[in-house]
Design a protein around this ligand. Structure first.
Ligand code: GDP
Ligand code: MG
Length: 360
């Protein structure tokens, strides 16, 4: 949509130029000529008004790409040790040690390795959060750690997690957990995974397997190495310059500070003071904090941050886009709110029609 003119928009949406001009006037936008390019925000707004679904494609054309840390989600069967493993990994971070532990609960954290490399972990384990975000177009996760308890083996949610990762085309690194237990049978787990169609490295495939214990913390360094190796193979890169494209991973309301959103920047740099639209909400970034609660001027790709200054509470998976003014932010947010209300009503309507047809 970038740099599109009214006349092109009319063609793309199948609406008369006069109607699009009417919409633009209504949102307070002055357009002198139908051949004058409009901004991407205005194009999105017009498309929403006429009921066309839009998704912003962020072009990295010509931009300088730099390596970025992988973003990792932990999945697996209940009680196989996802939460314990995340806690243990969190404690391995150099920054966490220096800061005397991570005080903030952010919904994501970074493990910095002595080598200087780092890994970002999403703190909400389980495939529910993973699929909810995917469904909303937020492809934040680069790698899935599939946790399987060595004394319990492959279970229903292990298979579900595998299916979700596969559907999303996200590579898996297997962590066989609880290897400290006398009943641990890691070899049996590997055979099970292999027979479920997971191509393990030691069987000639490309899925790495690491034996760990969240309790004794053995194998955590090997797991981190495996994740970095996987990331290297994927050549994860992001545009660092230019306006940010980010996603919300968690949001909460703080009594004193108002709505707070944990976000991960996918590309570009998010700068404190910028006007943003977050899902259907808007605001101006009053503060950016990192995972130890330190205020930052800006945030770069793969960095989990907490942002303050939104007017309402966004949802996990919402996109964060930077706009040029408060007015733009307001207009775009109200346009998105109207659209989601219309979509909701249409769904109810469709449901009613179906129910009617069924009862006939
Ligand atoms: P989740 O449901 O996957 O998040 O699992 P939890 O992290 O809550 O762990 C479930 C139970 O397994 C807890 O009682 C943990 O203490 C225990 N557990 C987790 N990891 C290990 C491990 O590596 N070794 C042993 N022995 N117990 C573990
Ligand atoms: Mg848990």
């Amino acid at each position: 949509f970038e740099g599109m003119t009214i006349s092109e928009l009319a063609k793309r949406t199948g609406q008369p130029i006069s109607y699009l001009q009417y919409i633009l006037v209504n949102v307070g936008e002055k357009i002198d000529s139908e051949f004058e390019p409009v901004s991407i925000d205005i194009a999105e707004l017009v498309a929403m008004e006429v009921g066309v679904n839009v998704r912003r494609l962020h072009s990295n054309e010509g931009a300088e790409l730099q390596p970025r840390p992988p973003v990792v989600t932990v999945m697996g069967h209940v009680d196989h040790g996802k939460t314990s493993l995340l806690d243990a990994l969190r404690q391995t971070s150099v920054a966490a040690k220096e800061a005397g532990g991570i005080t903030q609960h952010l919904g994501a954290f970074v493990v910095e390795m002595p080598s200087g490399a780092s890994i970002t972990f999403l703190d909400t384990p389980g495939h529910a959060a993973f699929s909810a975000m995917r469904a909303r177009g937020a492809a934040v996760t680069d790698i899935v750690v599939l946790v399987v308890a060595a004394d319990d083996g492959v279970m229903p949610q292990t298979l579900e997690a595998m299916a979700h990762a596969k559907a999303a085309n996200v590579p898996i690194v297997v962590a066989i957990n609880k290897c400290d237990k006398p009943a641990a049978e890691p070899e049996r787990v590997k055979i099970q995974l292999g027979s479920e169609g997971l191509p393990l490295e030691e069987m000639g495939g490309d899925v790495q397997v690491v034996e760990v214990s969240a309790v004794t913390k053995s194998g955590l360094d090997k797991l981190e190495e495996a994740l970095l190796l996987q990331a290297e193979l994927m050549e994860l890169k992001a545009r660092v310059d230019g306006s940010a494209q980010a996603y919300v991973v968690e949001a909460r309301l703080d009594r004193g500070r108002g709505p707070l959103a944990t976000a991960i920047v996918k590309a570009g740099t998010l700068v404190s003071g910028q006007h943003v639209v977050v899902g259907a909400e808007w605001g101006r970034i009053r503060a950016i904090r990192n995972m130890v609660g330190k205020a930052m001027d800006m945030a770069r790709p793969s960095m989990p941050i907490e942002i303050e200054g939104l007017k309402g509470l966004p949802m996990a998976g919402d996109d964060i886009i930077v706009v040029e003014s408060e007015e733009r932010a307001r207009i775009l947010s109200s346009g998105r709110k109207k659209k989601s209300e219309r979509d909701r009503l249409r769904k109810i309507d469709e449901g009613r029609i179906e129910t009617l047809e069924e009862s006939q």
